[in-house]
Design a protein around this ligand. Structure first.
Ligand code: SF4
Ligand code: SF4
Length: 219
């Protein structure tokens, strides 16, 4: 392969670097770009270590943190756009027929959702599934913690969660009765749909009914 000449233009002429100068120039470029890239990592290498007593203390998540999804089944029209956008094909959607959003109520009707599942053994939390959604019903959530005993347990069946009135998976330890205060508050937010921001925001019972309607045959 022929090497591309290195140099700069001055007065319409190309100023060629001498081979020795080019050699050291390349070394400098390599080292400086690595250092620029490593600047943040190096900063954290020498930062004071902070130990967070999780789960007694809430994890410090940034506002734009991308955790396990929350999914509003009652608004989903099963259009598959999220699944098509997913670069690793980890969203599985099954329905009995097309669904359409009622603009007045904000609820989808038509066919039933028989499956909406995400395989978290493959998901890379890129959020590419969120933007194409025409009804704004799939979102990145605020849970970072999920454990299981095999790969199959990493597949979250959101339609099964919806039967229990849930929009997002819960970490196993959060199903216990006694929880730290922050976890109990977050759990309450999930069951009261605090993350949903739409026409039914204040009507929890209507939302539960609509969730049941979306998968009535499965109930
Ligand atoms: S976050 Fe990315 S990888 Fe995960 S389901 Fe969405 S598109 Fe797929
Ligand atoms: S979550 Fe959104 S994009 Fe995905 S199938 Fe439902 S409506 Fe379509």
């Amino acid at each position: 392969m022929r090497a591309t000449p290195t140099g700069s233009f001055s007065g319409g002429k190309m100023n060629q670097m001498s081979p020795v100068r080019e050699y050291f120039h390349n070394i400098w470029q390599t080292v400086s770009t690595i250092l620029i890239g490593m600047r943040i990592s190096l900063k954290y290498c020498f930062a004071k270590t902070v130990t967070l007593q999780y789960p007694d203390v809430a994890p410090a998540l940034q506002p734009r943190y991308r955790g396990f999804h929350f999914y509003e089944i009652e608004k989903c029209i099963a259009c598959d756009l999220c699944a098509k956008a997913c670069p690793v094909d980890c969203i599985y959607i099954e329905k009995t027929g097309p669904r359409k959003l009622d603009k007045v109520s904000g609820i989808a009707a038509g066919g039933l959702m028989t499956r909406y599942a995400i395989d978290y053994a493959k998901c890379m939390f890129c959020a590419l599934c969120v933007d194409p959604c025409p009804t704004d019903c799939i979102h990145m959530g605020n849970i970072h913690d999920m454990s299981g005993f095999n790969r199959e347990s990493m597949i979250v069946e959101f339609t099964e969660l919806a039967k229990d009135g849930l929009q997002t998976p819960q970490p196993l330890w959060m199903t216990k009765e006694k929880l730290p205060e922050w976890a109990a508050t977050r759990k309450k937010e999930w069951t009261e749909f605090a993350n949903s921001n739409d026409k039914m925001s204040h009507d929890r019972e209507a939302r539960r009914v609509a969730m049941g309607d979306a998968l009535a045959d499965n109930a």
